[in-house]
Design a protein around this ligand. Structure first.
Ligand code: SAH
Length: 204
């Protein structure tokens, strides 16, 4: 696959908005993967970034960005920084809003920081800690997104979400359902976006 075929596939199947495609073109995935894998940057599959982590498959990423319905000025929490790529795309979509992203592995938090510098993105704050309970310091968020698999629906994080906010999380043990939770005044609305596979969320 190459970049153009991916984009063509997304357009034909109405996977995501033109705005997301514009940002995907702008922030180059090759800046977030190990040098040895550079020629695989636009394969539509996850790639290993070490420490048992992966940079997610491009199509999965744009499906998630679309589901988050990101708006300018949104304050977003991501759990699982990995390479920093997803955080970078979110940051461009919400700027001048801000992305807080937590990463449990110190080395990955550090390299994500460097990757974001390379692409000159400033509205991402990386926090090297377990994000499984969210990040109370900066709540409430407009959107919360897990990029590591939760064993159960993370209802506890709804407390850190604004009303009408969206929480997106892959939930399940070996294979996950991508769940979109919308926090309404009357209660939580849950939609499933289908099956995906993510690395599991670690706990301290
Ligand atoms: N969003 C990333 C891909 C994430 S892979 C990208 O765009 O590249 C999942 C990441 O979640 C891994 O880096 C893993 O180390 C991290 N992770 C796992 N459990 C975590 C936890 N409890 N808190 C924060 N990060 C966690």
């Amino acid at each position: 696959m190459d970049k153009e075929s991916l984009i063509k596939y997304w357009k034909e199947n109405k996977i995501c908005s033109d705005e997301i495609i514009k940002i995907f073109k702008k922030i180059k995935r090759e800046n977030f993967i190990p040098k040895l894998l550079k020629n695989e940057a636009y394969e539509d599959r996850p790639l290993s970034i070490g420490y048992n982590a992966t940079i997610s498959q491009p199509t999965t990423i744009v499906i998630m960005l679309q589901a988050l319905n990101l708006k300018k000025n949104d304050k977003v929490l991501e759990i699982g920084t990995g390479s920093g790529y997803n955080a970078a795309l979110i940051a461009e979509l919400v700027k001048p809003g801000i992305v807080y992203t937590t990463e449990i592995i110190k080395e990955l938090a550090k390299s994500a920081e460097n990757n974001l510098k390379k692409v000159k993105i400033k509205n991402v704050k990386i926090i090297n800690k377990d994000g499984s309970k969210g990040l109370q310091e900066y709540e409430p968020y407009d959107k919360i997104v897990f990029t590591a698999a939760c064993k159960e629906i993370p209802y506890n994080l709804l407390d850190q979400l604004k009303e009408d906010g969206i929480l997106l999380a892959p939930v399940g043990e070996y294979q996950q359902k991508m769940l979109k939770l919308i926090k309404k005044k009357e209660g939580v609305e849950i939609q499933s976006l289908g099956d995906f596979v993510f690395v599991p969320l670690q706990k301290d």
